[in-house]
Design a protein around this ligand. Structure first.
Ligand code: KIV
Length: 271
C-alpha cells in the first residue's frame, strides 16, 4: 500500500527535483472538493483542474465552451480540499490566445479567486508573449504541446499529432521556447513515444505525458476516464483502474429496487 505519511508538500521546485532524481510525477485531473480530497489523501503529486471539466462535468462535446468563472468555481472547490498536491488550473479557450494583457488578467483572476498554485495554457511560440507576461507576474506556468484540444476546430480530429517531421520539428522548437521562457513543465499530449522521449531528454524541465509513452517525466489522465465512469472514450493510451460505471449503476439499481419494494428505509433507519 502506498503511504503518504512523510510526503513533502509539492511545489514546482519539488517537481524539478523529481525530474533530476528520475522520480516519476503522478498527475490526475480533479474538478470538485470530494474527489480532490481523495486524490490528495492518496498522495497524488499534481491535480490539474483541466478544462476537460467542460466535457466530463458539463457534458459539452469540446473544451471550448467552459468559462473563466466556471474554471474558478472548480478550482476553488479543489483548493478547499488539498493540503499537499500542487494544483494547476487551465486557462480556458479565448481567455489568453489573442491578447497577452488579457492572458495576464485571466491568470491573475484565477490565482486570486481560487488560490491555486499555477496555471496551464496550450501552445508554443504563438502564445509566448502571454507566457512571458504571466511569468513576469510571478505566476508559474505549465505548457501544453502536441494534441491541444482547444484547437480541435483547426485540427479537425483528435488523432495523434506530430507524426510528420514538420510538426515534430515545430514541437521540438516549441518545447525549447517554453523552457527558455521559464515554464516549470510541459504536458505532451498524444504524440509518438520516441518524440516525447527525445523532447523529455532535451529539456531540463519535467514533461508530463498523456498518450505520449513511458519516457516522459510524469503521466496525467482524466479522472473520470481512469476510474471508468465514462465508458464512451477508449483511446489506446487510457488505462482504466476501475469500472465505476458498472459499480455506480449497480448501486443506483439497488436503491431504486429497495425504494420501490418498500425495503428502504427499514425500522432501524427511521426515527
Ligand atoms: O484539460 C485536461 O484535462 C488536460 C489534460 C488532458 C492534460 O489538459
Amino acid at each position: 500500500m502506498y503511504s503518504t505519511a512523510k510526503l513533502p508538500k509539492i511545489t514546482t521546485h519539488v517537481l524539478q527535483e523529481m525530474k533530476v532524481k528520475g522520480e516519476k510525477i503522478a498527475m490526475l485531473t480533479g474538478y470538485d472538493y470530494s474527489m480532490a480530497r481523495l486524490l490528495d489523501e492518496a498522495g497524488i503529486d499534481v491535480i490539474l483542474v483541466g478544462d476537460s471539466a467542460s466535457n466530463v462535468m458539463a457534458g459539452h462535446k469540446t473544451t471550448l465552451p467552459i468559462t473563466v468563472d466556471q474554471m474558478i468555481y472548480h478550482a476553488s472547490s479543489v483548493m478547499r480540499a488539498v493540503t499537499r498536491a500542487l494544483v494547476v488550473v487551465d486557462l480556458p479557450f479565448g481567455s489568453y490566445q489573442g491578447n497577452s494583457k488579457e492572458a495576464l488578467n485571466t491568470a491573475i483572476r484565477i490565482m486570486k479567486e481560487s488560490g491555486c498554485n499555477a496555471i496551464k495554457l496550450e501552445g508554443g511560440e504563438e502564445v509566448k508573449e502571454s507566457i512571458d507576461r504571466i511569468l513576469s507576474a510571478g505566476i508559474p506556468v505549465l505548457g501544453h504541446l502536441g494534441l491541444t484540444p482547444q484547437s480541435i476546430n483547426k485540427f479537425g480530429t483528435y488523432v495523434v499529432r506530430a507524426t510528420e517531421e514538420g510538426e515534430a520539428e515545430k514541437l521540438r522548437n516549441d518545447a525549447k521556447i517554453l523552457e527558455e521562457a521559464g515554464c516549470f513543465g510541459i504536458v505532451l499530449e498524444k504524440i509518438p513515444a520516441p518524440l516525447a522521449a527525445e523532447v523529455s531528454q532535451s529539456i531540463r524541465i519535467p514533461t508530463i505525458g498523456i498518450g505520449a509513452g513511458k519516457e516522459t517525466d510524469g503521466q496525467v489522465l482524466v479522472l473520470h476516464d481512469m476510474l471508468g465512469i465514462n465508458q464512451d472514450f477508449s483511446p489506446r493510451f487510457l488505462r482504466r483502474y476501475h469500472n465505476l460505471h458498472d459499480e455506480i449503476i449497480r448501486s443506483f439499481h439497488g436503491y431504486i429496487n429497495d425504494v420501490k419494494s418498500r425495503e428502504f428505509p427499514n425500522d432501524r433507519e427511521q426515527y
